[in-house]
Structure formats: C-alpha cells, structure tokens
Design a protein around this ligand. Structure first.
Ligand SMILES: Nc1ncnc2c1ncn2[C@@H]1O[C@H](COP(=O)(O)OP(=O)(O)OP(=O)(O)O)[C@@H](O)[C@H]1O
Ligand SMILES: [Mg+2]
Length: 314
C-alpha cells in the first residue's frame, strides 16, 4: 500500500473537519477524493502531506509512519496546494530553481529537471515569463511541475482542475495520465465526481470528514445502477408501452412526452434487460433505450444525503 490512513481525526475547536477517516491507496492508483465544499478534503490532504498535525489517528506512506519519520517521508511526497501564492519579480525558471533548492537540488541538475518538467506541463514557452503574468491555468500547471521537482512517487493534488476552462481541463487530464504511466501514485481531490471518474482508477467519497464510500470506479458505477433512470424512445404505440411499463413492479415513477418515456427503476442491470425484453416481446417499436449515464452525481448526492440524515438523527 502506498497510503494507509487509520482513524484520522482533526478537530478545529468545535468543527470536526476529519472524523475517524480510514482509507487505503495501493501503489500505482489514481485515487479520486470527492466531496462537497467543507467535507474535509484539504484538511485530510494537508495532514497526509505532513503540513498539519492531526488530533488523532495514523498515516503510513509506503509503510513509514509519517509522524515518526517525517523527513524520510517528505522526500517521497509531492504536494500541490489549492492556492497559488504571489511571487513578485520571479520568473518561471527561477521559481522552479527556488523550489528545487528547497529540496536540495541545485545547478545543472535543477536546470535539466526544470526543462523536462516544464515540457511535461506544457510551459516551455513561458520559461522566462514572470510567474505573476501567467494565467490561472498556467499557474496551476506550474504548481504541479514544482511539486514534481524531487521526483516523488506519491502525489497529493488538491483540486488541480478547479477553475480551468474545458480545454485546460483536458490538458490537465493528459498530464495526469502521463504521471500514471510514469508509475506515480496520485491522490487527487475534486468536488466534481464525473470529472474524476474518467481519470481515476478508484474513488473515495468524503462527507463531513468521513469516508462514506470507496472502491473502484466500476464498483461506484455499479452502485449508481442500483436505482436508475431509463429513457426510452418509441416510434409508435406510446400509450400501450406506458401501460405495459406501469404494470411492471420494478418501474417506479414514469413520465411520457412525445414518444419519449422516462422511467425510474429499482434494481441493477438485469432490470434494464427485463424492461427492454418485455417491450420488445409486446411488439413495441423501441427506437432507443438509454439507462441514464453520468448520474455519478446522483450517487454522490444520495450517499452524502444519507450521511447527513444520519447526523441529524444522532
Ligand atoms: N484552519 C482552520 N481553522 C478552523 N476550521 C477549519 C480550518 N481549516 C478547515 N476548517 C474547517 O474544516 C472543515 C473542512 O474544511 P476543508 O478545507 O478540509 O474542506 P474541503 O473539503 O477541502 O472543502 P473545499 O471543497 O471547499 O475545498 C470546514 O468546516 C472548515 O471550515
Ligand atoms: Mg479544499
């Protein structure tokens, strides 16, 4: 395991920012850490990066206890914070040299690394520009480059794609894919689940400081099929189709407008199969049949709703 977190808790006065959080990330994973604003993502990541002391709990990176061996661990981690500071009169190359110096990397070696990292984040053309003149997306990529200067094998990236335009997001995704092929293990946060689903190998959902779900993207997606929406388009016989569907016990809410029928079903993929089979057997001319995708958001909403209900009940 690259990362093991056991019962991590962080209390700020009355706020439980992180609440007995447990998680594990195997080597080579791109782990998406999803949660709403204030869920505790940044706090957890800062603790893992060794920048914040927890109230209690344990964190191991590659088997090393980070509170016992902080120096050994620091060299293994690259941390990209969710903010970019102000750097008056510092050029991009100088910025990289500054952070290289902090990691004990100087001179020719540092210049070589800077060149290859700027290439990785597509900023070679801005080598001599002043940092403060870069666009937001460029600053984020520069921040990522700096977190890689000491060739860490575990990266902690706090919302690297937030505030980026669609094109910059795609570029950020490509960079992250490259990191994966380089064999890095990555913990990456976002409050947008579908954005991470495309990119990550596994996902953990955090709500009020607790991990409410985790698993491979396939497992989380499977959950979303437990109750889904199906859009069915028919060429004709709409009324007859509606009647047949209403009689099926798996079908909940139903609406139909201009040949498009939307139904809510309970059950997994077998239910979809049964619904389609029933329609076809009754000679309904089905034009298209769409179990709603991308409702990872819906899973996220239902998981986080459930846990806030629990909280209210306590
Ligand atoms: N230094 C601090 N002092 C007091 N409370 C804090 C501090 N840092 C975070 N908190 C609180 O801890 C909780 C979790 O905050 P955190 O920044 O970890 O959330 P987040 O998931 O990163 O949210 P976002 O998506 O907005 O970045 C919030 O209630 C926040 O107000
Ligand atoms: Mg945050």
């Amino acid at each position: 395991m690259m990362l093991v977190v056991e019962n991590l808790t962080k209390k700020f006065k009355k706020t439980m920012a992180v609440d007995r959080l447990c998680m594990e990330i195997p080597r080579g994973e791109i782990y998406g850490f999803v949660g709403a604003n204030g869920a505790g993502k940044t706090t957890t990541m800062r603790i893992i990066a060794g920048l914040l002391a927890p109230t209690s709990g344990k964190v191991y990176i590659d088997g090393l206890n980070i509170f016992r061996d902080p120096l050994k661990v620091k060299g293994r981690i690259g941390y990209m914070p969710d903010f970019f500071g102000v750097y008056n009169d510092l050029k991009v190359s100088e910025y990289m040299e500054f952070y290289g110096g902090l990691q004990g990397i100087y001179g020719e070696k540092c210049r070589e690394l800077t060149d290859s990292l700027l290439e990785l984040v597509r900023l070679t053309h801005k080598r001599d520009a002043y940092v403060d003149t870069l666009s937001r997306g460029m600053k984020q990529r520069l921040c990522l480059a700096r977190s890689l200067i000491h060739d860490p094998d575990f990266l902690i990236l706090d919302e690297p794609a937030s505030g980026l335009d669609p094109r910059a997001r795609v570029e950020m995704k490509e960079i992250l894919k490259e990191l994966r092929t380089m064999g890095k293990t990555v913990l990456i946060s976002s409050h947008i689940l579908p954005e991470l689903a495309e990119l990550c190998t596994s996902i953990g959902i955090i709500d009020s400081g607790r991990l409410v779900a985790s698993g491979s993207v396939a497992e989380i997606t499977e959950k979303m099929y437990q109750s889904g929406l199906i859009k069915i388009k028919v060429a004709e016989k709409e009324e007859e189709a509606v009647k047949i569907l209403m009689e099926m016990p798996e079908v909940g809410e139903l609406s139909s407008v201009a040949g498009v029928i939307e139904i809510k079903v309970s059950g997994g993929e077998e239910t979809s199969v049964r619904v389609l089979k029933t329609l076809v057997e009754n000679e309904i001319p089905v034009v298209s049949f769409h179990p709603e995708e991308c409702s990872l958001e819906a899973v996220f909403m239902s998981l986080t709703e459930r846990s806030s209900e629990n909280e209210n009940n306590q």
